[in-house]
Design a protein around this ligand. Structure first.
Ligand code: SF4
Ligand code: SF4
Length: 334
């Protein structure tokens, strides 16, 4: 068994380093929704510093959305996402995970290498696969810079297991990674999966769907000054130092509003706890989404993530358009 979040074993800092500065509260969607100090990184750190263990703070550990917005703001450089996953690993596994992990233990059919070698492979995830017209556009856009294929195995089960901090069986991991060895560019829709893949495939450029599409001239030229551009928070914070510069340049070129705060932290739109992602609790993104929209004079919302698209459509009368659908001026988004 291999734990993908291996970096936690080498973590240079942990909760004992928390100074209690509270900066993480400013960006945390769980704090915004609950105003419950115990549900924040600072709250978890203080509890652990005073002798609590994972089971004492289980509700707090499971409530984290893994958006990673707190990591770049933490002056103590505590790897807060990895710390949360470590704590989840110490808790009893949710019953909803049992079937998933049992299936991952089975041999399965070996993944062949790509039949046609591709410069780019897209791992779309469930939400993008559920909208075939947008998925086809994403692939067509990626195709413009060379052969692009959609990965038959996009690791959706691995992404879900990662949410629970579960160890991924080595056999399953090998089956997932084998066809990706040697691929130059891998475009990953799930930001948590992307974060964990980067150290496992050091020879590949691994980027999010948002970065891949917004780098294309056809997509950039379709952005308007009165758009609100919603960055997918998990992929962004997974590579924050590099992507701050990337999105600075996109902002300058497009001239539209972004879901960035003054420190250029991406305010997460869809903020989901582990029970919500497992379908055990109702989803309540409303507070977060209305906060992002508050006081903005925009006429269209452009999203990188299909989950964000569905969420904004639930709270706003504005057109909500996925980046890939900008190519046809958003008419396909309705
Ligand atoms: S990862 Fe997101 S939800 Fe979790 S503690 Fe950090 S800011 Fe809050
Ligand atoms: S930002 Fe870091 S140091 Fe400050 S309270 Fe949060 S976890 Fe602690």
């Amino acid at each position: 068994m291999l734990t993908l979040a291996k970096s936690t074993l080498r973590a240079p800092r942990d909760y004992s380093a928390c100074s209690g500065c509270n900066l993480c509260l400013l960006v945390c969607p769980v704090w915004r929704r609950t105003h419950d100090f115990s549900m924040t990184p600072h709250g978890r750190a203080k509890a652990l510093q005073f002798g609590a263990d994972a089971s004492d703070i289980a509700a707090s550990v499971q409530s984290c959305t893994l958006c990673a917005a707190c990591e770049p703001v933490c002056p103590e450089e505590i790897p807060l996402v990895a710390m949360t996953l470590d704590l989840r690993r110490q808790l009893p596994r949710p019953a909803a995970m049992a079937d998933l992990l049992a299936a991952m233990e089975k041999p399965g059919s070996p993944s062949a290498a790509m039949a046609v070698p591709s410069a780019t492979v897209l791992l779309p995830g469930t939400a993008l696969r559920d909208r075939p017209s947008t998925l086809a556009r994403v692939r067509a856009l990626l195709q413009e810079s060379g052969a692009a294929a959609i990965g038959a195995d996009d690791g959706a089960d691995i992404a879900l297991a990662l949410e629970a901090g579960a160890a991924i069986p080595q056999r399953r991991l090998d089956r997932f990674l084998r066809p990706l060895h040697g691929v130059k560019k891998i475009v990953v829709a799930d930001g948590l999966l992307l974060r964990h893949m980067q150290p496992l495939l050091p020879g590949s450029k691994i980027i999010g769907v948002g970065e891949a599409l917004s780098g294309l001239a056809a997509v950039r030229s379709a952005l308007r000054a009165n758009d609100l551009y919603v960055i997918e928070a998990r992929a962004y914070h997974a590579d924050y130092q590099r992507l701050v510069r990337y999105y600075d340049s996109l902002r300058a070129a497009a001239g539209c509003a972004f879901n960035l705060d003054l420190q250029r932290i991406a305010i997460p739109a869809t903020a989901r706890s582990l029970p919500q992602r497992l379908g055990l609790d109702a989803i309540d993104d409303g507070v977060q989404l209305r906060w992002i929209l508050q006081g903005r004079k925009v006429t269209r919302i452009v999203v990188e993530s299909m989950e964000d698209r569905a969420a904004f459509q639930g709270v706003s009368a504005l057109p909500v358009v996925h980046l890939a659908d900008l190519a046809d001026d958003g008419t396909s988004s309705v």
